[in-house]
Design a protein around this ligand. Structure first.
Ligand SMILES: *Cc1c(COP(=O)(O)O)cnc(C)c1O
Length: 398
């Protein structure tokens, strides 16, 4: 059950981030209320019956509905331009529920191969074990999508830009091919955030986020969210969530609501710094490459311009000297922290080949561009000059 506060159609994203979805109790509080309750009470047995047979919709149990969580869901829907949203306890719970709620044994799923490690595990290990055929393609190559989608397909899953290779998928082209094959397109939009790329506008059916990343953006809690049509969310997803219970805690929903209020400011600043860092490090003699979707020499620059409003908060640096130099570089950083999280106000660097993507076979690492020299950098809110100093000093130490 959800309670919607009307938003004005003319409100821009920054306004929706602050006011979208908020409901107030009888005390008319300014800030969102944390409804820390597992259940709800009824005035009569008849009222309980009506709540359960849905003739009088209301909150009945926080596993599948809570007023603070509903505020977060409605704020996310207001930003994404989606009809409805459901929150989950983590980004992986969102990815899994978005896929598992719609496929059954015998179905076929086509996905891009450059995926977050755990998304790859769901597609390559869990779904096939349950009789779902999974086909992985190079997401950059439309010919591969075309070939894979020549057969009837239930769902398409993709990430753009991908983690950590920053590979882009042409959303409009792939959505058109997917729909012709009868597939529902699910986009993991974590790297772009709802502000830089709106997959629904390019034809996607479902958008998922790890809210742990930019939406909280301050390293405090895990969360996830799934957005789509009322029909998908209420009829396909909601029964799966209600009966399997990947629920978001009200306190985490509140933390994420507060994160959303500053998302616009943070992401704009982080994108600005990321571009400056990419420009400053481009051509450095210790680096074999700097990958950032906002740089003119980015291999898919035109596509980035077409579907993203900025280059994002993440960049990839490749140390010319492989793992040994990558480790020396990480160990020489004084300000940027070594961490596998991303989208945080603190700048974070990670070595995907030995951490987030360690599980992948050498062949998969190779095909996804996860080399031993690759460093993923999540740009935070520190002063950009301090970040450039720190990164340059660490490169000198290599
Ligand atoms: C982090 C991440 C996830 C998983 O989110 P959690 O909140 O950690 O469960 C999924 N997809 C991408 C692209 C991510 O970066």
């Amino acid at each position: 059950m959800t309670v919607k506060r009307d938003i004005k159609a003319s409100w821009k994203a920054a306004t929706r981030l602050v006011h979208g979805g908020q409901t107030r109790s009888q005390f008319k509080e300014t800030a969102e209320t944390i409804y820390m309750t597992s259940g709800y009470v009824y005035e009569s047995a008849e009222e309980a019956e009506a709540a359960f047979d849905n003739s009088r919709p209301r909150f009945v149990y926080s596993r599948f509905g809570n007023p603070t969580v509903a505020m977060f869901e409605n704020r996310m829907a207001a930003i994404e331009g989606a009809e409805a949203a459901r929150a989950t306890s983590s980004g992986m719970a969102a990815v899994f529920a978005a896929l598992a709620s719609q496929v059954k044994a015998g179905d076929r799923v086509v996905a891009s191969d450059a995926l977050f490690g755990s998304c790859q595990f769901i597609l390559a290990e869990i779904l096939p074990k349950w009789g779902v055929e999974t086909v992985l393609v190079d997401g950059r190559d439309l010919a591969q999508w075309k070939q894979a989608l020549a057969k009837p397909t239930k769902a398409v899953f993709l990430e753009t830009p991908s983690n950590p290779g920053l590979r882009l998928v042409d959303l409009k082209a792939v959505c058109d091919l997917a729909h012709a094959a009868g597939a529902n397109v699910v986009v993991d939009n974590v790297f772009a955030t709802p502000l830089l790329q709106q997959p629904l506008q390019f034809g996607a059916d479902v958008v998922v986020y790890s809210a742990t990343k930019h939406i909280d953006g301050q390293g405090r809690c895990l969360g996830g969210v799934i957005l789509g049509s009322e029909k998908f969310i209420n009829e396909t997803l909601q029964p799966f969530i209600r009966h399997t219970g990947p629920s978001l805690s009200p306190i985490n929903a509140w933390t994420l609501l507060k994160g959303l209020e500053t998302l616009d400011l943070r992401v704009a600043k982080q994108c600005d710094s990321a571009l400056k860092i990419a420009q400053a490090l481009q051509g450095h003699n210790k680096l074999a490459g700097v990958l950032y979707p906002g740089l003119r020499d980015f291999p898919q620059y035109d596509l980035a311009q077409k579907q993203m409003s900025a280059g994002g908060t993440m960049l990839s640096l490749t140390l010319a000297g492989g793992k040994a130099e990558a480790f020396r570089f990480l160990n020489a950083l004084e300000l940027v922290l070594i961490s596998n999280n991303l989208g945080d106000s603190k700048s974070l660097a990670t070595h995907p080949a030995t951490t987030t993507h360690q599980r992948l076979t050498p062949e998969l690492k190779e095909s996804q561009g996860i080399t031993q020299g690759l460093i993923r950098l999540s740009v935070g809110l520190e002063h950009v000059d301090d970040l450039i100093d720190d990164l340059s000093n660490a490169l000198k130490a290599v």
